[in-house]
Ligand binder design. Structure first.
Ligand SMILES: Nc1ncnc2c1ncn2[C@@H]1O[C@H](COP(=O)(O)OP(=O)(O)O)[C@@H](O)[C@H]1O
Ligand SMILES: [Mg+2]
Length: 351
C-alpha cells in the first residue's frame, strides 16, 4: 500500500531536468494524493519549463517509478517553478542547459482520442493538423497509434525521415511535420512491441526528433481505453485532448470512457468532434443521419465541453498527381468544416 510520503520520496529524488537539482530540493513536488481503494496516485510537479521534451521524459520516469512502487494509475500535472527559484538555480546549472529555459516556443500538445477504433480518429488528427497549418500555425503530428499507425498512408507520404547527426528529421507534408511508427518498420510488418518499448518509442518521438519551432503537436492516440491507450495518456505531458465519436448514442457512451480517461490522467478536454455525423445527398442536399443522431451533443454535455463540429460522411477529392487519400482540400466542404474547428481550437487555446 502506497502512502503519500512514499510518493513524495520517489518523485522528490528525481532530478529537475533543466536545473539539475533533485525535485525535493526545489520544493517542486506538490498536491500529492493517494486514493487507496484504487491505488490512484496524483501529484503535481513544478519545472523550470513545462510542455517540453524534458518534461515528457521526466513524466515517463515518474509514472514508471510510481507504478513499480504499486500505483495502478498515475495522474500528473505540471506547473512552472517560481521565477526566483529558476533564476537562483539557473546560474549554477550547466551552461548548455540554460538556453532551454527560454520560455518561448513551447508547443501545445493536442491529443486526439476515441473510445474505439474506426470512428475517424486518425482522419480527424490528420485534417486538424493540416488545417492548423493552413491557418498559419507551425504544426507537428505524431502518429502515436504505434500498433495501428495509418498517418503516412492517409497523407500519402512516400518518403522516410532523414537522419541528421543524432536527430531524426520529420517528414513534411502539407506544411505539417510528421512522425510515425510506420516510418520505422519494414513494409507493413506488424508491430509486436509491448509495454516499455512503447514508452521508449514515444519518448524517441519527442527527444530524438528535430521538431524545430512548433506551435502545436497533434497526437493521434491509440484507440480505446485499454492498457496501451492508458499508458500513452499517462506518458504525455499535460496536454489538451479532443474526443472523436460517431453520432450514435452508444458510440457516445464508449467515447465518454475515453473522456474519463483523459480526465483521470489530468488532461483538459478541449471539445468533441462528431464524425460521420450525417450523409448529405448530392442530388437533394437532404441530410440523412445514417449512424444516428445526438451522440456528439450528449457527449459534450456529459463532459461539459463544447461540440467543436460535425463532419459528414464524405470522401476527399482524390488527385492522382498528389495522392493523399484522407486529406480534404481547403475548398472541399469538409475541408471548410475542419478549418472552422481548427480556428475554434486555436481561439480556445491561447498561445
Ligand atoms: N467523415 C468521413 N467520411 C467518410 N469516410 C470516413 C470519414 N471519417 C473516416 N472515414 C473512413 O473511415 C475509416 C476509419 O477512419 P480512421 O480515421 O482510420 O479511424 P480510426 O483512426 O478512429 O480508427 C477510414 O477508412 C476513413 O477513411
Ligand atoms: Mg487510426
Amino acid at each position: 500500500m502506497m502512502r503519500e510520503d512514499d510518493v513524495k520520496k520517489i518523485v522528490g529524488d528525481l532530478y529537475e531536468p533543466f536545473l539539475q537539482k533533485p525535485l525535493k530540493e526545489l520544493a517542486a513536488v506538490k498536491d500529492v494524493k493517494v486514493k487507496p481503494e484504487k491505488q490512484h496516485v496524483s501529484v503535481k510537479v513544478a519545472l523550470a519549463k513545462t510542455g517540453s521534451a524534458e518534461q515528457m521524459q521526466l513524466q515517463q520516469e515518474i509514472v514508471t517509478r510510481l507504478k513499480e512502487a504499486g500505483a495502478e494509475t498515475v495522474g500528473l500535472r505540471f506547473e512552472e517553478l517560481p521565477e526566483e527559484i529558476v533564476v537562483k538555480y539557473a546560474q549554477s546549472a550547466p551552461e548548455g542547459d540554460r538556453t532551454l529555459l527560454n520560455k518561448e516556443n513551447q508547443p501545445v500538445f493536442l491529443a486526439v482520442a476515441s473510445g474505439k477504433g474506426g470512428v475517424g480518429k486518425s482522419t480527424v488528427s490528420v485534417n486538424l493538423a493540416v488545417s492548423l497549418a493552413r491557418i498559419g500555425k507551425k504544426v507537428g503530428l505524431i502518429d502515436a497509434d504505434i500498433y495501428g499507425f495509418s498517418v503516412p498512408d492517409m497523407m500519402g507520404i512516400t518518403v522516410r525521415p532523414t537522419i541528421e547527426g543524432e536527430k531524426v528529421i520529420p517528414v513534411e507534408r502539407f506544411g505539417v511535420k510528421v512522425i510515425s511508427m510506420g516510418f520505422f518498420v519494414e513494409d507493413n510488418a506488424p508491430v509486436i512491441w509491448r509495454g516499455p518499448m512503447l514508452g521508449k518509442m514515444l519518448n524517441n518521438f519527442f527527444n530524438e526528433v528535430e521538431w524545430g519551432d512548433v506551435d502545436y503537436i497533434i497526437l493521434d492516440l491509440p484507440p480505446g481505453t485499454g492498457d496501451v491507450a492508458l499508458d500513452v495518456h499517462s506518458m504525455l505531458p499535460s496536454c489538451k485532448e479532443i474526443i472523436v465519436s460517431t453520432p450514435h448514442p452508444t458510440a457516445a457512451f464508449v467515447a465518454a470512457r475515453a473522456g474519463a480517461m483523459a480526465l483521470q490522467t489530468d488532461h483538459d478536454i478541449v471539445g468533441i468532434v462528431e464524425n460521420m455525423a450525417y450523409y448529405e445527398s448530392a442530388k437533394t442536399g437532404e441530410k440523412e443521419y445514417v449512424f444516428g443522431k445526438g451522440g456528439g451533443e450528449k457527449l459534450a454535455e456529459e463532459l461539459g465541453v463544447p461540440l467543436l463540429g460535425k463532419i459528414p460522411l464524405k470522401q476527399p477529392d482524390w488527385d492522382d498527381s498528389d495522392f493523399a487519400p484522407s486529406v480534404y482540400d481547403e475548398t472541399h466542404p469538409t475541408g471548410l468544416i475542419y478549418m472552422d474547428i481548427a480556428k475554434k481550437i486555436d481561439e480556445s487555446i491561447s498561445i
